[in-house]
Design a protein around this ligand. Structure first.
Ligand code: SF4
Ligand code: SF4
Length: 461
């Protein structure tokens, strides 16, 4: 049975046959019919102004109006869309026509896999729809511990903190005993509120959520955050007893998910877990068939991200000012972009990384769209974390990639052989006719081998 607390990025909704189509498309490098999962950042406006917002450099204040959003959803449904994430840009619930968008998603049977919001605009109208339409998960970015901390972090009046709390309490009340939407309350730690992490935990727990996520504020592109605000390795010893305290408080409920992706912090968390007996949440299991060499990103066949001004990106992590968008849905239909040259270039690049991860990592400069995290192993957490529990998929993907790798190997060897023969003949022209005759005579045999094995021995030799 589906566990709404387990995030899958919509993967649990994709049928086996569709996954096979995706593998075939990866193997051939061709486009498939369309994304099964889309991040819709329909609104670039926000109702708060977090000092750590990583969207502040790319924000346009635009939003996709309801009629265009409806058209886009309808078009995506035709090519197999199954689920969406509503995030942003800005706050997705601050979109002026969000209720109409939620209604249309429900009408077209599109699952809302995730809504990420600060909760300030989570009105009764919206909460009712999220509960009735069984959105899988709502992440409440509360971040702060009280109104004053909220004012400091989100740079708005402190009263909005209570409004966000009231709104999420109302949603949880409406949900009652139903499992969806699973609610995740998220807090962010910096130099000024680290000491209050236990208060955060208690506040989060009082909301009766399904998970309490505690992260640290990370710097944003352009190193825009003054270093004095961020936690550093020098704070690890100060943090450890505070973290141990929340692990103790959480032993009976196991709600806490803490991840500090910074040097030294993960080791501290592991040690604090051992000391307190707190088990990490196993949210992202890995199937035995998953192999790192087949773990490259396949978002170019699976997903897309749409920003508030209509720009298209590979994923939310690559919505960066220095990446030219893959297209824009104001200029053309989504399908035209999906089948257009920029998406195809991205597919070619992802296929190269999937087929030869080591070669790609050695030559990152040959990639035009993919960035370092897409190319270097273990640099992007998003690329496979939601999929790698899928035993059958990674079994089949591994077999398909190995088949293509073998063909590429034979092709390269055949090319090399042909080049050597050519250069020999160039030096000894009297062998020219013998070479042509040999090629002619072996053609039926090579054609037979190519048909039986699929190896490229006709065109390369
Ligand atoms: S709530 Fe999110 S989108 Fe809005 S300012 Fe904060 S981080 Fe940025
Ligand atoms: S590897 Fe990561 S950053 Fe690159 S496209 Fe995939 S999900 Fe996005």
């Amino acid at each position: 049975m589906e566990d709404p607390k387990r995030q899958t990025l919509g993967w649990n909704l994709v049928e086996r046959e569709r996954k096979r189509e995706l593998i075939d498309a990866i193997a051939s490098g061709a486009a498939n019919r369309g994304p099964a999962y889309v991040e819709l950042d329909l609104n670039d406006r926000c109702n708060v102004a977090c000092y750590f917002c990583n969207q502040q450099d790319v924000r346009t204040q635009s939003q996709i109006p309801l009629p265009r959003a409806v058209e886009l959803i309808d078009e995506l449904v035709l090519t197999g869309l199954r689920s969406v994430r509503l995030s942003g840009g800005g706050d997705p619930l601050f979109h002026k026509e969000i209720v109409g968008i939620l209604d249309h998603l429900a009408e077209r049977n599109i699952v809302i896999d995730n809504v990420t919001t600060n909760g300030v605009a989570l009105t009764d109208d919206i909460a009712t729809r999220l509960v009735e339409n069984e959105a899988r998960e709502l992440i409440l970015s509360l971040n702060a511990v009280d109104g004053e901390d909220y004012h400091r972090m989100m740079r708005v009046k402190p009263g909005l903190f209570d409004q966000a709390l009231d709104n999420v309490r109302h949603l949880i009340e409406l949900r009652g005993d139903a499992p969806k939407p699973a609610v995740v309350v998220q807090f962010l730690l910096d130099q000024d509120n680290l000491e209050r992490v236990a208060e955060m935990y208690d506040l989060g727990r009082s909301l009766r959520p399904d998970r309490i996520a505690i992260n640290m504020v990370l710097n944003i592109p352009g190193e825009r955050i003054a270093s004095g605000r961020l936690l550093t390795p020098g704070d690890i010893d100060r943090a450890r007893p505070l973290i141990e305290e929340i692990f103790y408080r959480d032993l009976d409920a196991q709600l806490v998910q803490i991840d500090f992706p910074a040097p030294g912090w993960q080791e501290m968390l592991a040690a604090a877990r051992v000391a307190t007996g707190h088990e990490p949440l196993d949210l992202f299991p890995t199937a035995p068939t998953f192999k790192d060499e087949n773990g490259g990103c396949f978002f170019a066949w699976y997903s897309s991200a749409v920003s508030g001004n209509g720009d298209l990106y590979p994923c939310c992590l690559l919505m960066q000012p220095d990446l030219e968008p893959l297209g824009n849905i104001r200029d053309a239909s989504f399908a035209e972009q999906w089948n257009g040259p920029r998406y195809q270039t991205m597919r070619d690049e992802m296929r190269q990384v999937l087929l030869d991860p080591e070669g790609a990592a050695r030559e990152p400069e040959r990639f035009k769209i993919l960035r370092e995290p897409c190319i270097q192993p273990h640099s992007c957490w998003l690329k496979n974390i939601y999929f790698r529990a899928d035993e059958e998929f990674y079994q089949e993907l591994g077999t398909a990639l190995d088949g293509v790798r073998e063909k590429e190997r034979v092709r390269a060897e055949a090319r090399e052989l042909k080049q050597r023969a050519r250069s020999f003949i160039d030096r000894h022209p009297r062998w020219n006719s013998t070479w042509d005759l040999a090629r002619e005579r072996t053609r039926p045999l090579r054609t037979w081998i190519a048909r039986r094995t699929g190896l490229p021995v006709t065109e390369e030799l």
